[in-house]
Design a protein around this ligand. Structure first.
Ligand SMILES: [Zn+2]
Length: 445
């Protein structure tokens, strides 16, 4: 339901404060202020979904944008160029840590406020939703004193939460931890955090070079975005440092390829890489109202194929006064790869992508994102629909190695007939080529 403000009587200062505090209390991750022709629309993102929040009359729009620009430290006389800002304040008893971005569109300035919330990362890696097997792998990889660990996923998949949780576990008195970040998303006591500033030339790469002269044990790099940073990160990790970073890729295999595309030397990468944690966030079923139902034939087939076991019942979203739409909060789906000697050899020997894929997914004990997701469906944490919405074509190619090696499938045919929403009507009991089917699914932003 839309919130309605008395714009005639309440000062815009108070309205802006109210919106920021309220969105934060509702657990929103972002607030969008969209200029439209007739009014400005405000939307908030909760559990990954944007919902309408309020409508601001055009007469108030300008004041509202100006107010946000002032408190986030932007130049209010500049409205033709994009600007970034930040707000760190306690308003009405609520601590707010916000990143603000302003973008001139054809309809006027659009503002997006990102709400940083680190309550999750304070609870530790035990609370991140890892399966027992994945959790043990993560503990193993962070106990290696040197090497590089990468957390991968798209924007908004909880990479920072995972990285901060690992850092907190490693944060001990006898350890020198230095980070270079953009932005610093959370202050951690006892850790030296550096904010990059490209305007004065303090990039990830330049900061990293200085950090290496500061006798660090552990280095956290907010994100590896370019070749130079990738190379320094890898070199740092083979000279006795534990390096932790994130990459914008969606699974282990793509991550290795991305780093090689960034011209990291194969022999260095093969000895540096310790592990890769890939993740996505699925909406979690509301425990109050989730409803059990028998699995459909199609779902049964997929469970059988992907998990190798029969699953007779799943849960679906219902909706109640607590959750609204049947979902409440989110749970991570993960793929954790501990780099084996075979994979190291494969990376340095420049084997073909298909063979590397076979090594990573075919013969290793990796649980793919799809497998982890379906395990979490079977356990009643989330829904079948939610997981299939999230798993992309690429992830799924990885599954084919695992489950379809011996099945000769006519993919073209499947592409034409399969649709995950409606069970396949053909006689084929097992619609082969999950990748093809998933290609028809819209993927979550
Ligand atoms: Zn509910």
């Amino acid at each position: 339901m839309l919130r309605v403000f008395d714009y005639e009587r309440i000062p815009v200062v108070e309205i802006v404060n109210d919106i920021m505090v309220d969105a934060s209390k509702r657990g929103a991750s972002d607030i969008h202020f969209d200029p439209l022709e007739k009014f400005m629309k405000i939307r908030i993102r909760i559990d990954g979904i944007l919902i309408d929040y309020a409508e601001v009359p055009n007469g108030i729009k300008k004041n509202l944008v100006t107010r946000i620009k002032i408190i986030s430290g932007m130049n209010i006389t500049e409205s033709r160029l994009p600007q970034d800002g930040a707000i760190k304040a306690t308003i009405n008893g609520t601590d707010l840590d916000l990143r603000v971005s302003c973008l001139p569109t054809s309809q006027g300035e659009k503002i997006v406020i990102r709400i940083l919330d680190y309550t999750m990362s304070l609870t530790g890696i035990e609370q991140l939703g890892f399966s027992q097997k994945n959790f043990e792998k993560v503990v193993k990889m962070i106990n290696v004193p040197n090497g590089i660990i990468l957390v991968t996923g798209a924007t908004g998949t909880g990479k920072s939460t995972t990285v901060y949780s690992i850092l907190q576990r490693l944060n001990k008195e006898d350890t020198n931890i230095i980070t270079v970040e953009d932005p610093i998303e959370m202050d951690i006591e006892g850790i030296n955090q550096v904010q990059t500033n490209s305007e004065i030339g303090l990039t990830f790469a330049t900061a990293l070079r200085s950090i290496l002269r500061q006798d660090p044990n552990i280095i956290m790099i907010g994100e590896i975005r370019d070749s130079e940073t990738a190379k320094i990160a890898v070199r740092a990790s083979i000279t006795g440092h534990l390096v932790l970073s994130t990459v914008h890729t969606n699974n282990s295999l793509n991550t290795i390829e991305r780093l090689l595309d960034m011209e990291v030397e194969r022999y260095l990468l093969s000895s540096a890489l310790t592990g890769i944690i890939s993740q996505k966030l699925a909406r979690m079923l509301c425990p109050k109202c989730k409803k059990e139902r028998p699995t459909s034939d199609y779902e049964k087939d997929l469970f059988n194929k992907v998990l190798g076991k029969p699953i007779d019942k799943v849960w679906e979203a219902e909706g109640c006064e607590v959750c609204g739409n049947g979902y409440h909060g989110r749970i991570a789906l993960q793929e954790v790869l501990l780099i084996s000697q075979e994979i190291r050899d494969a990376i340095s020997n420049n084997i073909r992508k298909e063979e590397l894929r076979e090594l990573v997914y075919g013969s290793s004990d990796v649980t793919t994102l799809l497998q982890d997701g379906l395990e979490k469906v079977a356990a009643g944490y989330t829904t079948f629909e939610e997981v299939l919405k999230l798993i992309e074509l690429d992830d799924d190619e990885t599954m084919e190695v695992k489950v379809e090696a011996k099945e000769a499938a006519n993919k073209t045919e499947v592409l034409q007939t399969a649709n995950l929403q409606k069970p396949v009507q053909e006689e084929k009991p097992r619609p082969a080529g999950i990748a093809d089917m998933l290609a028809q699914q819209s993927t979550n932003a």
